[in-house]
Design a protein around this ligand. Structure first.
Ligand SMILES: C[S@@+](CC[C@H](N)C(=O)[O-])C[C@H]1O[C@@H](n2cnc3c(N)ncnc32)[C@H](O)[C@@H]1O
Length: 424
């Protein structure tokens, strides 16, 4: 049957109306006429699969990768329209769920729309008898799509993937489950080979041949199995990689969290800095601080920074980064944000920067924050639905001053949003 696509709804289903009921399908851009096959007829909506594009939109473009549906389904949309679609998804969520119409959303495009990622995770899977680096098929743990090149990673990483694939084919170890390749703008690489058991450790160590990164002084290869701890796993070179962004050195390790788009991160840091300067904020709390991405960038411009993080390996690199940047006014607090917010009234701070994982804030945290005395909050979110959910609670004590959408993830449906909140 034929369907006209009305819009793409967050996080990425194409939507149209069929027999007065909502229909969601896997492909189709706004305005396109597509042929779909209905898979499920539910009470309030249909689930369908797109079979053919009958009339294509003028902003449909040819995809670069054969596997684009697995990791970057927006490849078929020209970049200006990717931004428009994501902005309108945000606008709709804010107006429907928070009753905020007439919104101004600042849109900040990514400086690079290809090759922007500084980290790629690939599985090692046996496909037709050969060990290949691969992505999981979405939602299917045991199904893999072999990857030779990823357009979201820079050329240097793609060359390296090719070389690594050959080595891993020779090693053919069932204990290697995944590799993580991280790179910085100086072209250093940190390769982490993630093992699910130590059974083959010695052989991998012995036979992993010299890779080209072994000739670059600031690169490294690590074998990672959680129980090793952070330091006992270096196979070659270093167990860390340094990103220099916004005049701050960030050392990260195999298990650290770090923002994947370094160039737009710099834009974000500049914008937050302007806000801090304009409002003369002097005391900051960096909640869910990771290796110190926000707190350390602004530490030299404010009186004190309190950095709150739970994860052991992030704390290790946070401390290393405080020393590396000669910062003396950052207090590290290894605890959960849940615990921190229990005594929230005791903390005297001008601005809390909150950057939780995609699941957002626990309800109790949102409610403690909503009733706190913190005059200003910057909430950075990589999950638009959970952000909206949390704002419905935070707005009991705060009003939304501004909303900005930073396109950290071109070619994908992910939306990174920065919301500035002021105490009512
Ligand atoms: C989205 S990352 C942000 C990290 C950092 N702000 C950055 O931009 O690099 C979320 C961070 O929260 C940490 N985290 C997750 N749950 C936490 C919790 N309950 N309390 C404190 N930190 C937590 C994770 O370890 C991770 O470093």
């Amino acid at each position: 049957m034929l369907l006209k696509i009305a819009q793409i709804v967050y996080p990425g289903k194409s939507f149209g109306i069929f027999r007065d009921k909502a229909l969601f399908t896997d492909e189709g851009l706004p305005g396109e006429l597509v042929e779909v096959e209905i898979i499920q007829d539910k009470k309030d909506f249909f689930n369908a699969k797109t079979i053919k594009i009958i009339k294509a939109s003028e902003y449909r473009v040819k995809e670069k990768c054969s596997h684009y549906k697995v990791c970057s389904p927006y490849q078929i949309i020209d970049y200006p329209n990717q931004l428009k679609i994501k902005e309108s998804q945000l606008r709709e969520m804010f107006s429907k769920k928070l009753n905020l119409s007439d919104l101004s959303i600042k849109v900040i495009p990514s400086p690079l729309i290809w090759g922007y990622r500084n980290k790629i995770n690939l599985k090692l899977a046996e496909i037709n008898g050969v060990y290949r680096l691969a992505y999981n098929q979405p939602g299917k743990d045991k199904e893999f799509y072999p990857i030779d090149k990823c357009w979201l990673s820079p050329d240097l990483v793609n060359d390296f993937i090719e070389e690594l694939s050959l080595s891993l084919q020779d090693i053919a170890s069932e204990t290697i489950k995944e590799v993580t390749i991280r790179n910085n703008i100086e072209n250093d690489i940190l390769l982490s080979i993630n093992l699910d058991s130590l059974a083959d450790f010695a052989r991998i160590q012995k036979v992993l041949p010299k890779l080209s990164i072994n000739f670059k002084q600031s690169s490294g290869v690590c074998l990672v199995k959680n129980q090793f701890g952070s330091h006992q796993n270096i196979l070659w070179g270093k167990n860390n990689l340094k990103h220099r962004i916004y005049e701050t050195d960030y050392f990260i390790g195999s298990e650290s969290f770090f923002q994947v788009n370094s160039l737009i991160l710099k834009d974000l840091l500049e914008d937050i800095n302007s806000l801090i300067e304009k409002n003369k904020f002097k005391t900051l709390a960096d909640l869910y601080c990771g290796v110190g991405t926000f707190g350390l960038a602004f530490a030299k411009k404010v009186k004190t920074v309190l950095a709150v993080e739970l994860d052991e390996s992030n704390i290790f690199f946070l401390k290393k980064n405080i020393t590396a940047n000669n910062i003396e006014n950052c207090l590290v607090s290894q605890q959960s944000v849940e615990t921190w917010t229990k005594n929230i009234k005791e903390h005297k701070i001008d601005l809390a920067i909150i950057d939780p994982p995609r699941d957002g804030l626990k309800e109790k945290i949102s409610s403690n924050l909503a009733h706190s005395n913190i005059p200003n909050i910057l909430y950075l979110s990589c999950g638009a639905s959970t952000l909206i959910r949390d704002l419905t609670i935070l707005k009991r004590g705060y009003k939304i001053e501004s909303i900005s959408f930073y396109d950290f993830f071109p070619q994908t449906g992910h939306i990174e949003t920065l919301v500035f909140l002021k105490k009512k």
